[in-house]
Write a protein that binds this ligand. Structure first.
Ligand SMILES: [Zn+2]
Length: 245
């Protein structure tokens, strides 16, 4: 795939990076990335992945843009309140980079459609905030052999992890905690969504370009209030019902 003059100029800052360069940018152009949940994590991640030149972005979300989303989901603007998120995001991403093909799915990821949707893409970025969906995404990623980049946030802190085979997300979170917090209940600082979404997008880019050391089997924990981050190894659960032998 040859790049047009426009693309060479657009991706100039990537093309001079030794870890990306022409081959990395070509890999980005060939890649198909599915973003599950176009929200606090998914919306900023989608902007950076589109800007980076990922060839095909899939967006799955059944929700519409709400006024309370705009504090952190910077892919959307005020006139789009009430519009389906995948529709609004597709327009925004298409304006940002017309070289990116956008596939939209205005639906929830269910047991019935998860494997089919995920198998049609190379990498999955999960930014959803409910454990049932996260476990469903994880199970489908393990079953189809797709790497999963997972981002989560709440209040002032966030985390990003990459799962490729074993350990999987289910090893990390065996079941939904009974006191699971949601952003709508406990709140979240808007800028934190940008931090976590951008870190998740960065991990996707590293996986595609085989650059550096993706957070495979590791979890990066970012404490926004303290201004600190640490990375921990995720242990494989020998009895994991999803990835266990
Ligand atoms: Zn597992």
């Amino acid at each position: 795939m040859a790049f047009s003059e426009d693309e060479v100029e657009r991706y100039a800052r990537h093309l001079v990076l030794s870890e990306l360069g022409g081959p990395g940018q070509q890999a980005l152009k060939r890649a198909r990335v599915l973003i599950v949940g176009v929200g606090g994590v998914g919306a900023p991640a989608a902007l950076y992945l589109a800007a980076a030149g990922v060839g095909t972005l899939g967006l799955i979300d059944d929700d519409v843009v709400g006024l309370s989303n705009l504090q952190r989901q910077i892919a959307f603007s005020t006139p789009e309140v009430g519009r389906p998120k995948v529709e609004a995001a597709a327009v925004r991403l298409g304006d940002l980079n017309p070289h990116v093909a956008i596939e939209t799915f205005q639906e929830r990821l269910t047991d019935a459609n998860a494997a089919e949707r995920i198998a049609a893409f190379d990498i999955v970025l999960d930014g959803t905030d409910d454990f049932a969906t996260r476990h469903r995404v994880n199970a489908a990623c393990v079953a189809t052999g797709r790497p999963l980049v997972s981002g989560a946030l709440g209040r002032w802190s966030g985390q990003v992890g990459v799962f490729a085979g074993r350990p999987c997300y289910q090893c990390l979170v065996s079941e939904a905690p009974p006191d699971a917090e949601t952003c709508s209940r406990v709140g979240v600082v808007g800028a934190l969504a940008g931090v976590v979404g951008a870190m998740a997008a960065l991990e996707v880019i590293k996986l595609i370009a085989h650059a550096g050391e993706p957070l495979v089997g590791r979890l990066l924990l970012y404490d926004g209030l303290a201004g600190t981050a640490r990375t921990v190894r995720i242990a494989a659960d020998p009895g994991c019902p999803v990835c266990g032998g």
